[in-house]
Write a protein that binds this ligand. Structure first.
Ligand code: NAP
Length: 278
């Protein structure tokens, strides 16, 4: 298939590497000439340009820009495309994107490959990023079944596992396992920073693997955290309220020294955690 990738960063570049190695013809679109050159040198794209002209006869366009630029990018590329071209995006929030972009392009289908790293830009693109990961598509009532079938086949070519669900359900699930942990982890770091200087200094010296695990996502890219809160506000707040209720319950159990009840919660969690990790 001839595929256009717009935005050659971590996700766009990694998609290009793997789809090209599976025999797809990749056309890359970047805002910068230097990125186009890198894309060709690294085997991310067969051809690359800063002009949307290259997209004229592609069958699929994958928009890999930051969430805030997805709809604007679709408006820019659509005059160059054949009306049957499928457009998908890779944004990590789906409901607002699907609502807006389906009105811009009738063959738009929301997508989210559930893989990434903490790096960004074309230099961060790596092969096999999506191997074994879920690749979610969020069709709506207007989506043609053949479009979904083509996208599922693309996910399988990436050695990813295609998964179909409603955009709102996606956003709710992702708020729990991705966006809530960022805010919880950020609050943990902030709570430490509020300690008086001597304790804080000792905590910094003693911090080890436990703190490394629990602070990782809260100490990441601030732009991404704000983006999650802005575009998934309703579902993130729902998750945060639920988290706050659970934290309050644990505080009450400790204040009231209900050790058996606390143990029951921790026991259930220890067993339940594995179901999120397999
Ligand atoms: P990235 O490495 O920063 O790549 C985004 C690329 O989009 C940039 O390299 C740039 O490419 C282009 N771009 C940046 N600002 C733009 C703008 N204002 N208008 C048009 N193009 C712009 O970021 P990424 O991690 O690949 O994320 C891209 C998308 O993937 C996001 O929507 C994100 O939600 C989603 N996603 C990310 C992850 C993750 O873990 N990082 C995982 C799954 C999904 P050019 O310089 O080539 O134009």
């Amino acid at each position: 298939m001839k595929i256009g990738i717009v935005g050659l960063g971590l996700i766009g570049g990694s998609l290009g590497l793997d789809l090209r190695s599976q025999g797809h013809q990749i056309v890359g679109i970047s805002r910068q000439e230097t990125t186009c050159k890198t894309a060709i040198d690294r085997g991310i794209a067969d051809r690359a340009s800063t002009s949307f002209n290259l997209l004229q006869d592609v069958e699929l366009v994958i928009v890999c820009t930051p969430i805030a630029a997805i709809a604007a990018t679709i408006k820019q590329v659509s005059p160059y495309l054949n009306p049957n071209t499928i457009i998908t995006d890779v944004g990590s929030v789906k409901q607002p994107i699907v609502t807006e972009c389906s009105q811009l392009w009738s063959n738009f289908v929301g997508g989210h490959p559930m893989a990434g790293t903490a790096e960004s830009g074309i230099s961060a693109a790596i092969p096999n990023l999506f191997t074994g990961a879920a690749y979610v598509f969020t069709p709506n009532a207007q989506t043609k079944p053949e479009n979904i079938n083509k996208l599922k086949a693309i996910a399988l070519d990436l050695n990813a596992i295609p998964y179909i669900c409603e955009a709102q359900i996606h956003d709710r699930a992702v708020s729990l396992i991705s966006h809530l942990p960022v805010m919880v982890s950020a609050s943990l770091i902030k709570a430490c920073l509020q300690e008086e200087p001597n304790t804080l200094q000792l905590a910094q010296i003693l911090a080890s693997s436990g703190f490394k695990d629990t602070s990782r996502v809260g100490g990441g890219n601030p732009e991404l955290g704000v983006m999650m809160a802005k575009y998934n506000k309703k579902e993130l707040l729902r998750s945060l309220y639920s988290y706050r209720d659970n934290l309050d319950e644990i505080i009450d159990l400790i204040e009231e020294e209900k050790w058996q009840d606390l143990n029951s919660i921790l026991q259930i969690n220890r067993e339940a955690r594995t179901k999120f990790l397999n």
